[in-house]
Write a protein that binds this ligand. Structure first.
Ligand code: SF4
Length: 330
């Protein structure tokens, strides 16, 4: 058994000092992913800084009508919050589509942003995995890759990002606030996660000594008409094969505003910019939705076992947009 030190932080500056003092330390929030990774010896920290008691547990309305979500808000509390449910239903639906009730009661918003892939080779120390051990190779490329990525991949890693919540945050243009002893900075969520490229072990722009303190949502009135649709192998407690987060505004049968993001298809929550460009100004009809999906998926690459995801993504995009259009019909 590998030993590590444990420090419980009571305020943000104390947590930042503790993480800065130990180069191989990890923050512990809900622990729903980190503890699994430590058991599998994928994560091997020398120190744990427990941040679960920090005062980052509020959901607050911002003066502009947006929301500020503390990084330690539990997923179940986020999903149930009245302002989230009414203004950003896609976020509530995404959270409730993930994990189990017990896990959602423990998991935090900040931790969800940092959860690591569920690629089975990543968790198996006997397998070659560039993400776990840079330069080792990737057993998923020639292995069982049914659940793996079709967009933004390379030859170093084809793992998917597992989060549902982050897909909704990508569609909503969330901003991530991070803090270190050097100060505070804010990153758009679309720039927070990284595609694997040649360095799949580096998954985010977060520095080792930085703490996620909050997620901010901009005001987005048309997000009241938003939806999260998740396709998976079983009805609960399964990761997405493909998921779609979408918000849609239609006036006189024409799409005037749209946000679209995909999950289960890339190494990061995938904001569907090409599809959005195609949809804006188009009639809210199935042919427009199909054209937009095709525009987004032109660069998709299927492997031995996951080519079906390309068509599944196309059909899930169309079905989600159609459903949002239907809910607008008087
Ligand atoms: Fe590792 Fe990525 Fe390959 Fe999975 S897909 S084995 S995480 S390098």
């Amino acid at each position: 058994m590998r030993s590590f030190t444990y420090h419980r932080a009571t305020d943000v500056p104390g947590a930042l000092r503790a993480i800065t003092a130990e180069p191989n330390a990890k923050f512990l929030g809900g622990g729903t992913n980190l503890v699994d990774l430590m058991r599998a010896t994928v994560e091997r920290p020398d120190a744990i800084v427990d941040i679960s008691r920090l005062p980052l547990t509020e959901v607050e309305e911002l003066p502009d009508g947006g929301l500020r979500i503390g990084a330690l808000v539990r997923n179940s509390a986020l999903a149930a919050h009245p302002l989230v449910r009414t203004r950003y239903p896609v976020l509530t639906q995404a959270v409730l589509a993930g994990a189990s009730a017990q896990l959602r009661n423990m998991a935090t918003v900040g931790g969800n942003l940092l959860q690591r892939t569920r690629c089975p080779y990543f968790y198996d120390p006997a397998s070659a995995c560039n993400k776990r051990e840079p330069g080792a190779g990737c057993d998923a490329l020639g292995g069982f890759n049914r659940g793996h990525a079709i967009l933004g991949t390379g030859e170093a890693c084809i793992a998917t990002h597992p989060s549902d919540l982050c897909v909704a945050l990508a569609a909503l243009d969330a901003t991530i606030e991070v803090e270190s002893l050097r100060g505070i900075r804010r990153l758009p969520i679309t720039e927070f996660h990284r595609l694997p490229g040649d360095t799949p072990s580096v998954e985010t722009e977060l520095a080792a000594d930085e703490l996620i303190t909050a997620v901010e949502l901009p005001p987005l009135p048309f997000a009241v008409n938003s939806r999260y649709r998740k396709v998976r192998d079983r009805a609960s407690y399964a990761f997405a094969l493909v998921s779609v987060a979408a918000a849609l505004e239609v006036q006189d049968q024409t799409i005037t505003s749209v946000r679209l993001a995909l999950g289960g298809v890339a190494g990061k929550p995938w904001r569907a910019h090409e599809a959005e460009r195609s949809l804006l100004g188009s009639p809210a009809t199935d042919p427009s939705f199909t054209t937009a999906a095709d525009a987004e998926l032109t660069t998709a690459i299927g492997r031995d076992h996951n080519t079906f995801k390309i068509d599944l993504a196309r059909r899930t995009i169309v079905a989600t947009l159609r459903q949002l259009t239907t809910t607008l019909t008087p």
